[in-house]
Design a protein around this ligand. Structure first.
Ligand code: B12
Ligand code: SF4
Length: 533
């Protein structure tokens, strides 16, 4: 059967949809993938009639349309769903939005796919082809002949290696550029491939949507599932051979370092032996690195393999806030130990620390604790200050709703991005002065400065006298804050659109440099020959 899969994401990586496509192809279906990115800073926009007309032509003869969307791209997804349902073509809507909010999505689509859906989609395609009853397919909410069926989710795939490798047959795929559907070209990957080697996360941070998945799969799977090293090497090697412009693999697993040391040992050896030679990036959560010896060995093995960037979630310098509000069980002492371990690799590894700001549950002292922890982290590093968004369905969202911090949808900050600094501060209203100081520390940290602020100035800004003055007089905070808002506006509306149009070579160059400190850091060269060069 001909199936068309439409991706509404702004980045055409979409491992989920690509894996679904590959699994359907393995079953003998003819799949057409179409990537439909629109501008990132306007999630309310939908596709023009001219664009829809072009999609109509591609869809001709399809027995099923699959649409993937995150919450942010739901408006544009719904626009397409309504259009194709009105033509009588079965449309199934899957991805993060229907997984987290099935009831809401079911109001706008007659077939909604919840959770991991390789098997459900294959079953749906087969049953539609053979005209069998589709009302009992697990993971699907289905509206059929005015009846509604809300089927439970099946256990998620235990052995991830069973799955076909994501479909990167780009020569058969289409993408939207400047209002035109054109053949997908390598340049759209922007020199980077996102790849998850694992599914799931054993932690349950209160602000994270991962909690919704844990509830969804309760009793069915609470295990972290990891691809074998061989599968991962095969995938990365395939990508390196196919796409010469790829300069980095971003291994976006929730927390890469949580896996056992044996996996990392085998991966490091095999990645080096494979001569793939492309730099790696990953995310880690410090609780998974608390055992000093193990974490040092893990980091060394990964750096030897070519890890050049790591993102570490700290979130707060206040143990109390981490424990009682964020449900994260790591102490400041352990965080500093982890930072010392990472710092041993400073010549080869760029570390980015994530903290959360603008949380109405924070006291003045909690923010000071965070600023003080940041001052204690050994430089060089990059500090990423992310403003809190109450994501619907998370434990922190429910608590904030109960405690009156969320009175309307606007209070969740879901329509802002993490880096709209002054807009978040104005919205949350609490501790504007200290939240502004923390937000101005976003950026490269050296021995002399953190972000825009010299270290000496930061200490002065949190000293008792300056603090008391600024808590009493808000004018200086609001003046600087308004200036920051202008800068943020320019970043989103001028700098980012220009960056998006830049060549993959420029993006790679920039990606390598933007987190580097002004301290002279030796360029990390992976000592492996690239067989393609
Ligand atoms: C890699 C990644 C990115 C990359 C690449 C995105 C891309 N288009 O590929 C980048 C860095 C660009 C990115 C950006 C953003 N991301 Co992101 N990202 C991820 C991450 C870490 C992995 C995605 C992935 O490949 N997963 C692996 C695959 C196998 O799983 P999957 O995508 O869920 O697919 C399965 C099911 O969902 C389902 N499915 C998926 N599509 C479809 C379609 C059909 C038809 C069907 C039937 C089923 C189906 O079946 C798939 C296979 O089992 C996820 C977290 C996560 N663990 O998934 C967050 C995540 C998807 N991102 C998220 C967010 C919020 C964002 C941003 C909005 C962040 C920001 N503020 O800028 C942006 C917006 C991007 C956009 N609008 O396009 C949220 C989405 C939450 C939500 N409610 O929608 C997630 C879930 C993280 C989180 N827990 O908060 N992201
Ligand atoms: S470690 Fe990361 S992915 Fe896991 S629950 Fe916490 S924030 Fe979410």
């Amino acid at each position: 059967m001909k199936i068309t899969l439409l991706s509404t994401s702004t980045h055409p990586s979409d491992q989920g949809l690509r894996t679904l496509s590959a699994c359907l192809k393995r079953e003998g279906h003819q799949v057409k993938m179409v990537f439909l990115p629109l501008q990132e800073n306007d999630y309310s926009s939908t596709y023009s009639p001219e664009i829809v007309e072009q999609i109509d032509k591609v869809i001709e003869g399809s027995g099923l349309i699959g649409i993937g969307a995150m919450s942010s791209t739901s408006t544009r997804a719904i626009h397409l769903i309504k259009h194709y349902e009105s033509k009588g073509i079965p449309v199934v809507w899957g991805g993060p939005a229907p997984t987290f909010f099935p009831e809401k999505c079911f109001q706008n689509c007659n077939i909604v796919a919840v959770g991991e859906c390789e098997h459900s989609l294959m079953e749906l395609a087969k049953k539609l082809e053979t005209k069998e009853d589709i009302s009992t397919i697990a993971n699907l909410y289905i509206r059929l002949n005015n009846q509604e069926y809300k089927n439970p989710v099946r256990s998620p795939v235990n052995d991830l290696d069973e799955l076909a490798h994501p479909d990167y047959d780009i020569e058969e795929q289409l993408i939207l550029e400047n209002g035109k559907l054109i053949p997908f070209e390598e340049r759209f990957l922007a020199g980077i491939i996102y790849f998850q080697t694992e599914r799931g996360c054993p932690q349950a941070c209160s602000f994270c949507t991962n909690n919704i998945l844990r509830d969804l799969y309760k009793g069915k799977s609470d295990r972290l599932r990891t691809h074998s090293v061989n599968y991962v090497i095969e995938e990365l090697s395939r990508m390196q051979k196919k796409f010469p412009s790829i300069g980095a693999f971003d291994l976006r697993d929730e927390t890469f370092t949580i896996r056992n040391i044996e996996w990392i040992r085998e991966f490091s050896q095999k990645y080096i032996a494979s001569k793939i030679g492309i730099r790696l990036k990953c995310l880690a959560e410090p609780a998974s690195m608390a055992a000093e010896q193990i974490s040092e060995e893990k980091i060394k093995l990964l750096v030897d393999a070519g890890l050049t960037d790591i993102i570490i979630g700290i979130q707060s310098g206040s143990d109390k806030l981490n424990f009682e509000v964020y449900n994260r069980f790591i102490t400041k002492k352990q965080l500093l130990k982890t930072a010392q371990v990472l710092n041993k690799f400073k010549d080869k590894l760029t570390v980015m620390y994530d903290v959360i700001s603008c949380n109405p549950y924070e006291s003045t002292q909690d923010i000071i604790d965070t600023i003080q922890l940041v001052l204690e982290l050994p430089p060089p590093y990059f500090l990423s200050v992310n403003n809190l968004i109450f994501f619907e369905g998370t434990p922190l969202y429910k608590r904030a709703l109960q405690d009156g911090h969320i009175k309307s949808e606007t209070d969740t900050a879901e329509m802002l991005n993490y880096w709209d600094r002054w807009q978040h501060i104005k919205l949350k209203k609490k501790n504007p002065y200290l939240n502004l100081v923390l937000n101005l520390m976003r950026g490269v940290a050296t021995t002399k400065r953190i972000g825009l602020l010299p270290r000496k100035t930061i200490k002065k800004l949190i000293s008792d006298s300056t603090l008391q003055f600024n808590l009493k007089h808000e004018l200086p905070t609001y003046t600087v804050g308004s200036m920051v808002q202008v800068l943020d506006y320019m970043r989103e509306n001028l700098a980012k659109p220009i960056y998006r149009k830049a060549s993959p070579e420029f993006k790679q160059w920039y990606d390598k440099r933007r987190y580097k400190s002004s301290i002279k850091v030796k360029e990390h060269n992976i000592q492996i020959e690239n067989p393609n060069q």
